[in-house]
Design a protein around this ligand. Structure first.
Ligand SMILES: Cc1cc2nc3c(=O)[nH]c(=O)nc-3n(C[C@H](O)[C@H](O)[C@H](O)COP(=O)(O)OP(=O)(O)OC[C@H]3O[C@@H](n4cnc5c(N)ncnc54)[C@H](O)[C@@H]3O)c2cc1C
Length: 433
């Protein structure tokens, strides 16, 4: 390709960005894919890393490995700190990169709705470092409780509270309950399992918004059967690391709060002076472009677009992937002077697992629960993982855990001190464009 070949920069190698970069393989463009990490992360299985079921490298895959055969692509590991939309430059911590066309696919981050105490004292589940931190903490709580003489302190150490009854909260609660009851109960014979509490707090009156009520009730019943206390209609207002303060005035002694109650667009969206919708997401046209800057496409969690009923599209992987496909198709049309197409979301449905043999599935007209839903969940997730090696290892791990009632990654590994200056996700920077 000559120097007049258009340069497409893709920011973010998550579900949307990676799909877009791959789909551009045969387009008459040069592609620069950028991410602050050198790996693509399969976020739906993060909770399994947090609960000692899988190792981090089993759900992450090096970006350079995935794309090494793509001739028109160059990968840059860098933190994007701003975009100069008028000068058509991506501003990074490592210099500026010009573009002719841009795809912004920076995803989302945790939304604490201003609850600073929860942000500083609780845990979130967004990246591998979060999952490692939760796993270390859960196991360390058991180490401490095993020789804690004071009963009330011990119970607080062994109380694990998840906030938010969406897929992450539900799946994580089920997995923690099983980790503690099936595996850790054997590792720590001096701990009375009755001291262990797993609590799922949901502010509304049902779990897994968006799926039929029957499935949502089935999910709550299954969680109860696995010893998870599911509590509705109460919001968290504070957490000091020793107790949770609820809106009702109740205090819940506990040392572990995992916040899964909100998402918003990633920090880069805040830095752009363009119109935003709910959750700080960037408003795009039906063709996925910025209204004032048609050479810029925004897709996935970072983009705000409403469906036919005026509801914002959900922040889920299928939206990001379908939007990536359309953004690339529209870039091709833009280059060849054709009319661009509009985005229409095709909802493939929802799946959530609640531990061993239990899941709920809402796939079009098909709604089902129990073992069949669980097998469907397993097959879909194995199929979606990137890399044959990862698929095989995850499959072997799951089979081992299923047969032997075990969890292979019960290691407390203090977070490494890196010798290079690592990029802090979404920290405010001086550059604002
Ligand atoms: C724990 C968890 C479980 C989930 N489970 C499901 C599920 O079961 N099913 C489902 O459909 N969805 C699920 N989701 C949501 C799904 O992961 C997201 O909707 C999807 O990842 C959005 O894709 P995206 O491409 O917009 O962003 P992402 O996949 O989040 O990718 C964004 C990428 O941009 C990079 N990035 C961000 N900011 C910068 C910057 N400034 N500079 C450089 N790089 C940057 C990030 O490192 C990341 O690689 C889950 C999410 C989480 C956190």
């Amino acid at each position: 390709m000559n120097e007049n070949t258009p340069r497409v920069v893709v920011i973010g190698a998550g579900f949307g960005g990676l799909r877009a970069a791959r789909a551009l393989a045969k387009a008459p463009v040069n592609v620069t894919l950028m991410d602050r990490n050198n790996y693509h992360l399969f976020q739906p299985l993060l909770y399994q890393v947090a609960t000692a079921g899988l190792a981090p490298e089993e759900i992450a895959y090096p970006i350079r490995r995935i794309l090494r055969n793509q001739k028109n692509l160059d990968f840059r590991m860098a933190d994007v700190v701003g975009i100069d939309l008028d000068a058509r430059q991506v501003i990074t911590n490592d210099g500026n990169i010009p573009y002719d066309l841009l795809i912004v696919a920076v995803g989302g981050m945790t939304n604490y709705y201003g609850l600073e105490s929860v942000k500083s004292t609780g845990f979130e589940l967004k990246g591998l470092h979060d999952a490692n931190a939760i796993r270390n903490h859960l196991l360390f709580q058991f180490e401490q409780a095993a020789h804690e003489p004071d009963a009330s302190r011990r119970q607080a150490q062994l109380t694990f509270v998840l906030v938010g009854g969406g897929p992450t909260g539900v799946e994580c609660a089920g997995a923690i309950a099983e980790l503690t009851r099936i595996v850790l109960a054997k590792d720590y014979p001096t701990i009375n399992i009755k001291d262990v509490r797993v609590v799922l707090l949901e502010a509304s009156d049902h779990l897994l918004t968006g799926i039929p009520l029957r499935l949502s009730e089935a999910a709550a019943e299954t969680l109860w059967s696995k010893h998870v206390e599911v509590r509705f209609g109460n919001a968290v207002i504070d957490f000091d690391g020793q107790q949770i303060f609820l809106k009702s005035g109740e205090r819940l002694p506990c040392q572990t709060l995992i916040w899964a109650a909100g998402v918003r667009a990633a920090g880069l969206a805040d830095k752009l002076r363009v119109e935003k919708g709910r959750q700080g997401r960037i408003k795009v046209t039906q063709t996925l472009q910025l209204p004032q800057y048609p050479q810029v496409f925004v897709i996935g969690d970072a983009a705000y677009l409403e469906d036919e009923n005026g509801q914002p599209l959900p922040m889920v992987a299928p939206v990001a992937i379908q939007q990536a496909n359309l953004a690339v198709a529209n870039i091709r049309r833009l280059i060849s002077g054709e009319t661009l197409r509009e985005f229409h979301y095709k909802d493939p449905g929802a799946l959530a697992t609640i531990g061993r043999n239990a899941a709920v599935a809402h796939l079009g007209r098909w709604n089902f629960t129990g073992f069949l839903a669980w097998v469907t969940w397993l097959v879909v997730h194995i199929f979606q993982l990137i890399g044959f090696r990862n698929r095989l290892i995850v499959l072997i791990n799951w089979a081992w855990d299923y047969i032997f009632y075990d969890r292979g990654v019960r290691l407390i590994i203090p977070q490494e001190k890196l010798k290079i200056e690592m990029i802090e996700p979404d920290v405010p920077t001086k550059v604002a464009v």
